[in-house]
Design a protein. Structure first.
Length: 272
């Protein structure tokens, strides 16, 4: 009997009845791909000052005046993004979509891994690090994650010092107008993306999976409460304390990379 088998079975029971479940994901679902979460001990906000580099202005200011300070964490994140692959947690969500159980995955993550796991309906409320948007004409271009990161690492390795101009040269230029591009991600203080669609999916779902998120950052963190209010059962998967424990109908204190494949396995067994 696996640990938490009762909770896994309860979650499977709920999802077997679902036709358009939704999932709300945070950095915890990518932790097993080797990408650091934000608020776990040793996480990104333990090593970078959110107040200083969490906004676009703040980040640009540090890059202009003291970029070397960010380099150790920046290089480590590049390493993680270059080596990461979608993990069994991401894959289980793609399975649930193919099984006709899961509709939309709403993710706060910018790592592209849910797309790479094969999910078709993904809302990236905080954007995508590998989709660039032109600062001149607004044109967008999606890049392959690993080659782009390898290219940036290679250029960075040749730099003696990190001037803002040199760092800006790391990012691809717009093919349409030649202007600078920036990753199409949402920094603190910027508008969250596709929020209407995310709220609609949260209101209309017949079950909500809340996966690997501390539930601290709004407006995204409001989404599971919308589902709860509409009567959808809430399944939380997170090994640690988080904001959604109190609204959970089933709480699975496990890693998503272990719990989600176990839930899919249970559904498949019961469906036989
Ligand atoms: N499986 C499931 N959950 C996990 C795992 C795992 N393997 N590892 C860690 N967790 C949980 C932690 O217990 C924590 O509750 O994932 C959660 C991660 O929380 P945060 O680090 O706060 O990340 P997240 O909730 O995604 O942050 C939301 O904050 O900084 C902003 O824009 C950033 O999108 C991010 C937002």
């Amino acid at each position: 009997m696996a640990r938490y088998d009762k909770e896994i079975s309860q979650a499977a029971e709920i999802l077997m009845k679902a036709k358009r479940a939704a999932a709300f994901c945070g950095s915890g679902i990518s932790a097993e791909s080797g990408i650091s979460t934000f608020r776990d001990p040793g996480g990104i906000w333990d090593r970078l000052d959110l107040a200083e580099v969490g906004t676009a202005d703040g980040l640009m200011s540090v890059l202009a005046h003291d970029p070397g300070r960010l380099m150790p964490v920046f290089l480590e994140l590049l390493d993680a993004f270059e080596n990461a692959d979608a993990n069994p947690g991401h894959a289980a969500l793609a399975d649930l979509e193919r099984m006709g159980i899961l509709g939309t995955v709403i993710t706060q993550n910018i790592d592209n891994l849910q797309h790479e796991a094969g999910s078709g309906d993904v809302i990236e409320v905080h954007g995508n690090l590998f989709r660039m948007v032109c600062l001149g004409c607004g044109a967008q271009k999606k890049f392959e994650r690993k080659p782009l990161v390898a290219d940036i690492r290679q250029k960075l390795g040749l730099m003696k010092y990190f001037s803002l101009a040199e760092l800006a040269a790391l990012v691809p230029r717009c093919g349409a107008c030649g202007a600078l591009m920036r990753p199409d991600i949402v920094m603190f203080g910027e508008a969250v993306k596709d929020l209407d669609r995310a709220f609609e999916a949260s209101r209309e779902c017949d079950a909500m999976l809340v996966l690997g998120t501390s539930g601290i950052v709004y407006p995204a963190a409001a989404l599971p409460y919308e589902s709860k209010q509409k009567g959808a059962p809430i399944i939380v998967v997170n090994p640690n304390e988080n904001a959604f424990f109190d609204i959970s109908d089933v709480y699975v204190p496990m890693k998503t990379g272990e719990a989600l494949p176990a839930i899919v396995g249970k559904i498949r067994k019961k469906a036989l």
